[in-house]
Design a protein around this ligand. Structure first.
Ligand code: NI
Length: 190
């Protein structure tokens, strides 16, 4: 397995809708990509990773998250459909609703998300996937699905978090094509 470089905000692949995976692409190469993405996610470490984040213009994401009861939730979905409940009104709570993204590494900002979502699709071998998610897992699915639509969570932030996110991106010299970081390559990545 291989840990892949993760693209940082500003790289065009992160900011456009990803392409559907065609039927002929399923099988060993796609399964290998999913394994490499999982390895990369764990090395980062993160709880989700989408194809565009490793420079792959394809509708695939992986997730891996341990819930507060210690149960592990992990999987791969290709060509997903996500049906999410409406987002509750009100301001996001910084203590309970702050999320991060491996493509904006080292930062977290509050964002309100759907409390419940149903993910369907297939895995890298073409087998059906259906996961009903609540709480943080629903948040992970919404975040990763957004990546496939070319949307980062920082694009969804409300004031003043949106302005703060723009400032950190600018200060880091991100927001331009070609920036990436390699998990495991040391603390200088940020
Ligand atoms: Ni992300």
């Amino acid at each position: 397995m291989t840990v892949l470089p993760i693209r940082i905000t500003g790289d065009p692949v992160l900011h456009r809708r990803a392409a559907p995976v065609p039927a002929e692409a399923f099988g060993p190469p796609l399964e290998r990509l999913a394994r490499d993405m999982r390895e990369t996610m764990l090395a980062a470490p993160g709880v989700g990773l989408a194809g565009p984040q490793v420079g792959v213009d394809a509708r695939i994401f992986v997730w891996g998250w341990t819930d507060p009861d210690g149960a592990r939730h992990e999987g791969t979905v290709v060509n997903p459909v996500l049906v999410a409940d409406p987002v509750a009104a009100g301001d996001a709570d910084p203590a309970a609703e702050s999320e991060g993204c491996l493509s904006v590494p080292g930062h977290k900002f509050p964002l309100r998300r759907s409390a419940h979502a149903v993910l369907t699709g297939v895995d890298a071998a073409g087998a059906p996937v259906r996961v009903e998610a609540r709480g943080w897992l629903a948040r992970i699915f919404s975040h990763e699905f957004d990546h496939l639509e070319g949307r980062l969570y920082v694009d969804r932030l409300a004031s003043p978090w949106a302005e703060r996110a723009r400032a950190v991106v600018e200060e880091a010299g991100w927001g331009v094509p070609g920036r990436s970081w390699l998990p495991g390559s040391g603390p200088s990545r940020h």
